[in-house]
Design a protein around this ligand. Structure first.
Ligand code: SPV
Ligand code: MG
Length: 286
């Protein structure tokens, strides 16, 4: 298996999808995605709590561990703003590296963070302080293939291209392995703008949640290296569950939903049931 770092340097677009547990990660892998995004939004939503650092680092680490155990493709972990100051970042890097994931992403917002699509005016972390977080993350990691992605939230905070480019330069200098440029505009204009003016060498990552029409050809033309479809798994499962649950109550039986839900055999298969061993000692006791 290629490391994520090798995949980034081989020139092919890396298609990444969000997951929140082993099952969703497994579905992503079997569909053909290149990597998994252990999404803070998905993990917190799956616990029915806001994406606002309500879950602890340990909660997210446990989810990432489950995800990583379920698949053999690389897992990139959404680590919000690093769970505190530079010392929290150092601890976080040690913990995440120890579970065998391929990298982490940290965003330049203060702790506690709020999901990028919430609130009117998001606050940004001080640029020098965030650059220091990146530096400490790189100094702490042991495996040089472990990616530290710096996520720039300046567009999210309503700032312009100048601030985004300034931050890109600072984080690149601090040693980031890639830059995630986030935007909540309804079109990709901020991403185009950034790609046209960015002079650095780092691979660019985007999360096209609010500009869903951007396609892989366009991403290639812009020189973008990784695309993260961050939340489509949980959004589709919520929709599917709502439909099934209400259909059962409406009909008073499960006849109609049987045709649209996964057969039990598929669930057993996803669980790896066929790998269960039969104990010969137990057999003798029967
Ligand atoms: C996530 O999936 O948790 C992300 C992406 O960080 S976003 O929800 O767009 O902030
Ligand atoms: Mg997140």
């Amino acid at each position: 298996m290629n490391t994520l770092k090798e995949k980034v340097s081989n020139g092919k677009m890396i298609k990444i999808i969000g997951a929140h547990n082993g099952l969703s990660a497994k579905l992503a892998e079997s569909t053909g995605f290149d990597a998994i995004w252990a999404s803070g939004l998905e993990i917190s939503a799956s616990h029915a709590v806001p994406d606002a650092n309500i879950l602890t680092m340990t909660d997210n680490l446990e989810a990432a561990r489950d995800i990583n155990k379920a698949v053999s493709i690389p897992v990139i972990c959404d680590c919000d703003s690093g769970y505190g100051d530079i010392n929290n970042v150092a601890h976080m890097i040690k913990e995440y590296e120890s579970i065998g994931v391929s990298g982490v992403c940290i965003e330049d917002k203060p702790f506690p963070k709020l999901n990028s699509f919430l609130g009117e005016k998001q606050k940004l972390e001080n640029i020098e302080l965030f650059a220091e977080k990146i530096k400490v993350a790189q100094e702490t990691k042991v495996n040089q293939d472990f990616l530290v992605i710096a996520r720039i939230e300046a567009f999210i905070a309503g700032q312009g291209l100048e601030e985004v480019l300034k931050r890109a330069e600072a984080y690149e200098k601090a040693g980031a392995d890639a830059l995630l440029i986030h935007s909540k505009k309804k079109d990709a204009s901020e991403i185009y703008e950034f790609c046209n003016f960015y002079n650095g060498d780092l691979p660019i990552v985007i999360v096209p949640t609010t500009y869903p029409d951007i396609d892989l050809n366009t991403l290639n033309q812009l020189g973008i290296r990784m695309v993260i479809y961050a939340n489509h798994g949980i959004r589709s499962s919520v929709n599917a569950m709502k439909k099934t649950f209400s259909n059962i109550l409406e009909n008073g039986n499960t006849m109609e939903v049987e045709n649209s839900i996964s057969p039990m055999a598929e669930i057993f298969d996803l669980q790896g049931t066929k790998n269960l061993r039969t104990s010969s000692a137990q057999k003798q006791n029967v």
